[in-house]
Design a protein around this ligand. Structure first.
Ligand code: ATP
Ligand code: MG
Length: 212
């Protein structure tokens, strides 16, 4: 009887491992395909004469790149139900800083171990991409500074903060980037706030629902 049970457990373990292997493989393929699209968009952007069109395609390429990073990270561990956002933030901060090529801007990280549902990972990555991208692009027009990214658990959810000590928004109107941040926060059932304390911009994304 005990032998039967042990054999059955072994069978289930093998089936689970096979399923996880399959998930990892699909994810790897999705990542490669997204990287392919990202490269195509970049190549096309380089052929554009119009500066605005070139810039728009370049930022779109970065957005696709952010989603590709999610798929590079999904299902890397054994746990297929949770996605570690701290690792994602570390990866993305490195990529964005490198792409921005600003030696005078430092990114600091304060990351607690927070996991979210895999389905929330792509919107989360896009929000992060826009907020950090904005700080790199707009906060330091004529001198360097610091961008601080933190994530912590709070009220059964998480709080993501992206702040900089740059020039501040000065009443700038939101364009496409911040419009999609608002839409994605709704999708994540998160509350987005720009907190006016100190110099620069401090964006706070708070969700009680998607963290585990
Ligand atoms: N961290 C920041 N520091 C200073 N200004 C900022 C910051 N974040 C946003 N802004 C201002 O808010 C404006 C709107 O940002 P938004 O992300 O919507 O558009 P964008 O970055 O100009 O273009 P895109 O649609 O490519 O994101 C920016 O043009 C900029 O003037
Ligand atoms: Mg922007």
């Amino acid at each position: 009887m005990e032998n039967d049970q042990a054999a059955r457990i072994r069978e289930l373990e093998i089936a689970l491992e096979r399923k996880n292997g399959l998930l990892r493989e699909i994810d790897h393929r999705v990542k490669n395909n997204l990287q392919l699209i990202s490269s195509l968009v970049l190549l096309q952007s380089r052929r554009m004469d119009d500066g605005d069109a070139r810039q728009a395609l370049k930022t779109m390429q970065e957005r696709v790149g952010a989603v590709a990073t999610v798929h590079r990270r999904l299902y890397q561990g054994d746990d297929t139900r949770h996605f570690d956002v701290a690792d994602l933030i570390r990866d993305m901060a490195g990529d964005l800083a490198l792409a921005a090529g600003r030696d005078d801007v430092r990114i600091t990280l304060d990351l607690a171990s927070v996991s979210i549902e895999p389905s929330a990972a792509a919107p989360f990555a896009l929000v992060l991409n826009e907020l950090v991208g904005n700080a790199l692009k707009h906060a330091f027009p004529d001198h360097g500074g610091v961008i601080a990214i933190s994530i912590g658990k709070a009220d059964g959810g998480y709080v993501l903060t992206v702040s900089d000590d740059g020039c501040g928004m000065n009443g700038a109107q939101k364009a496409f980037g911040l419009t999609i941040v608002e839409l994605l926060c709704k999708q994540l059932r998160a509350k987005l706030e720009f907190v006016p304390d100190g110099p620069g911009v401090r964006a706070v994304v708070r969700t009680p629902l998607t963290a585990t």
